[in-house]
Design a protein around this ligand. Structure first.
Ligand code: BV8
Ligand code: ZN
Length: 252
């Protein structure tokens, strides 16, 4: 007998003109990609705010570039999980569906999502750190980086003489106004907002659930634990995204 909350959400998704899903690192956890604030932690004892900033890159480009190389190596061998695949099918099967992700791992695209909004960029692209406009999909070779792994290398040089940096949004950097504007508009007009696998602490992405609520949407939190959003959500589906999303799809 399916959980009453799941049935309620499935009924609303079926009846919805427009559904938005907003994802965070938790949807990739079951693909083996470590979350930011989870217990698995990342390779070094640094916190993301120590490394995912323009200041960190200016101070030690080699360290920051290596951290991203290490993360790309992890993601390269990861596979989209059933949660990613459900959201890719929602894009095909629901009348109006918009995926908004904070993730930079590219697993949604590998699962078959095409029209997603990547609020924080993509780890598989690199761009000129000096802003000359150069952008590449080849951010350099992988490495076996990790304690005692392959030697660190410098970030590749840009044709303009500067360095290449990961094409992601670091803390203290503005999001692409086109992306955040589209995400806000989608949240404002949707009937159901699914908030999947995010600690709901990073702004301006974390403002989307309130915007959806103010627009009259049903706000659903799908997470394995409580977050600052839990108290505000209309429905909380507690469990791993790779299990709960397929269960939701089966009823929707
Ligand atoms: C900006 C890319 C302004 C890099 C990332 C108010 C308004 C505006 C800004 C701020 C504000 N207050 C504070 C700020 C500053 C800051 C911010 O929000 N700080 C926080 C920490 C307080 N925001 C910014 O700096 C943003 N910039 O607003 O600039 C501006 C304007 C004009 C001009 C100049 C500047 C930029 C934010 C983007 C930062 N970049 N990533 C990279 O990836 O290396 S953010 C980073 O955190 C990742 O993208 C990640 O996605 C994101 C959020 O984390 P989560 O995805 O939620 O992951 P987390 O590990 O935290 O949580 C995982 C969750 O999953 C958990 O809840 C867990 O329980 C759950 N889970 C685990 N397993 C599962 C699961 N759930 C389901 N199933 C499972 N199996
Ligand atoms: Zn350049």
């Amino acid at each position: 007998m399916p959980d009453a909350r799941l049935t309620r959400v499935a009924t609303c998704v079926r009846a919805a003109r427009s559904v938005v899903a907003m994802t965070g690192a938790g949807i990739s956890a079951e693909s083996g990609v470590p979350t930011f604030r989870g217990s698995a932690g990342l390779w070094r004892s640094f916190s993301p705010s120590d490394l995912a900033t323009p200041e960190a890159f200016a101070r030690d480009p080699r360290l920051v570039w290596e951290w991203y190389r290490w993360r790309r190596d992890l993601i390269r061998v990861a596979h989209p999980n059933p949660g990613h695949l459900v959201l890719a099918r929602f894009e095909k099967n629901l009348p109006q569906f918009q995926l908004v992700t904070q993730n930079v791992d590219g697993l949604h695209q590998r699962a078959g999502s095409h029209t997603l909004i990547e609020l924080h960029g993509n780890i598989w692209r690199a761009r000129c750190a000096a802003g000359c406009g150069r952008l590449t999909e080849e951010p350099g070779q992988g490495c076996l980086a990790g304690p005692g792994g392959a030697p660190a290398v410098d970030p590749p040089a840009c044709a303009c003489g500067s360095l290449l940096r990961p094409d992601v949004v670091w803390f203290g950097e503005a999001l692409d106004p086109r992306h955040i504007t589209r995400a806000i508009e989608a949240a404002r007009v949707c009937d159901v907002l699914l908030v999947v696998g995010t600690s709901a602490v990073v702004y301006p992405a974390a403002a989307l659930p309130r915007i959806a609520r103010q627009g009259g949407a049903l706000v659903v939190e799908l997470n394995i634990e409580d977050t600052p959003l839990t108290a505000e959500a209309d429905v909380v589906l507690r469990g791993p995204a790779a299990d709960v999303l397929p269960a939701l799809e089966a009823l929707a």
